[in-house]
Design a protein around this ligand. Structure first.
Ligand code: GDD
Ligand code: MG
Length: 368
């Protein structure tokens, strides 16, 4: 059971702007992200971003700026001014995506404090945000990066540090990373450093801003910890992250006291003899027929699972129908798709929204 992180920097947090980058297209999660931006996908019963906002609020930050671009309007429609979440949320839209660094620069005029904590909007983490702020202020850093160790650092920014925690280099997505210590997608910036990022053009914080700061001799610190950490950008990680939230392996203030083997919306209908396990989440109005077994999966809203189906490690988007006695493993089923009775799908298959597969229409996996 994950515990609520002890915030040591609540006083610092009250004087820190939270900036969340949510402008990416979520390409690796297609087709789920064709209609919904990645941070808004249902995850353990809430749009993913709700969990991050709850952690930001719990750490003591109040003012949040969302840097949006792809499907920008969806965020404001859901979160509004943030009052319901105990926050004050503002939105800054990039008409043309400006990249991660450009996105940070683009919110500059909204900043209120001398310190900003910037988050990638697709990271599920249990880090003690107050402790990261402490590291930043105690070290007098220009920028402080949250760093974690991962088994395969090639898909991330590899960030070696010296014995004093000073960042030595920043190598974004290289084949031969110098260390398994990676950029966890959470940074503390001195406001003046953000002002110096070039405005009005595409800038990558990973490929341009951080390397530039290091070559200019800026003080960039790493804050390393061993908290829960996962980038939700790929289907397998998305499913695992959602399940870990449901089971309490990853902490969210929104799920306090409600963690367990499954999380079922009260409006969903679950027939007798259904087995829901492995952190499965079942969304609003979904209906699950008798004798089905759903393991380690995410069912969005209005999903129908007919009797006797077995679903494992998969994401089933809103309005999809899974026919009777279907077997699905490691798949993504798009909105409103229909998988006919007795089909067997596995091995990372992705079914596009609205596609209808006839009864017994698929009985193989792409790599079989
Ligand atoms: N506003 C805005 N504008 N946001 C953007 C843009 C943009 O042009 N491009 C990407 N983002 C947002 C995404 O929505 C996401 O929340 C975040 O920036 C990171 O983008 P990803 O596309 O998820 O990047 P990544 O996962 O490949 O790599 C990044 O995250 C890793 C940790 O999860 C890098 O920062 C890596 O260095 C890091 O290790
Ligand atoms: Mg990512």
């Amino acid at each position: 059971m994950a515990e609520q992180p002890e915030s040591t920097g609540a006083a610092l947090a009250a004087e820190t702007d939270a900036v969340i980058l949510v402008g990416g297209q979520g390409t690796r999660l297609r087709p789920l992200t064709v209609s919904t931006p990645k941070p808004m996908l249902p995850t353990a019963g809430y749009p993913f971003l709700s969990h991050l906002l709850a952690r930001i609020a719990a750490a003591g930050m109040r003012h949040v700026v969302l840097g949006t671009s792809y499907k920008a309007e969806v965020f404001e429609r859901y979160f509004g001014d943030g009052a319901e979440f105990g926050l004050e949320i503002e939105y800054v839209v990039e008409e043309e995506a400006l990249g991660t660094g450009g996105g940070i620069r683009n919110v500059y005029d909204k900043l209120r404090y001398d310190t900003a904590m910037v988050f990638n909007g697709d990271v599920l983490s249990g880090a003690d945000l107050g402790a990261i702020l402490d590291t930043h202020h105690a070290g007098g850093a220009d920028v402080t990066l949250h760093l974690v160790r991962v088994p395969d650092p090639r898909a991330f920014g590899s960030v070696p540090t010296d014995a004093d925690g000073r960042v030595l280099a920043f190598l974004e997505k290289t084949e031969d990373p110098p260390t398994d210590q990676i950029n966890a997608g959470c940074y503390v910036f001195k406001r003046e450093v953000i002002e110096r990022i070039p405005a009005g053009r595409v800038v990558s914080v990973e490929r341009e801003v951080f390397p530039g700061l290091l070559s200019d001799g800026a003080l960039v610190l790493g804050h390393v910890d061993s908290s829960y950490w996962r980038d939700m950008g790929r289907p397998s990680d998305f499913v695992q992250g959602s399940s870990d939230l449901v089971r309490g392996i990853a902490y969210s203030p929104l799920l306090e006291g409600r963690t367990g083997e499954s999380l079922v919306d009260p409006s969903a209908g679950v027939a007798g003899g259904v087995i829901l396990m492995g952190g499965t989440a079942v969304g609003r109005g979904s209906v699950i027929g008798a004798g089905s077994r759903i393991d380690d999966s995410v069912l969005f809203d209005g999903v129908t699972v007919e009797p006797g189906a077995v679903v494992r490690n998969s994401i089933i988007a809103s309005g999809a129908t899974i026919g009777a006695n279907v077997r699905i493993q490691d798949c993504v089923i798009g909105e409103g798709a229909r998988i006919g009775a007795r089909c067997e799908l596995q091995g990372g298959m992705r079914v596009w929204p609205g596609v209808e597969i006839p009864d017994s229409g698929v009985r193989f996996s792409p790599d079989a």
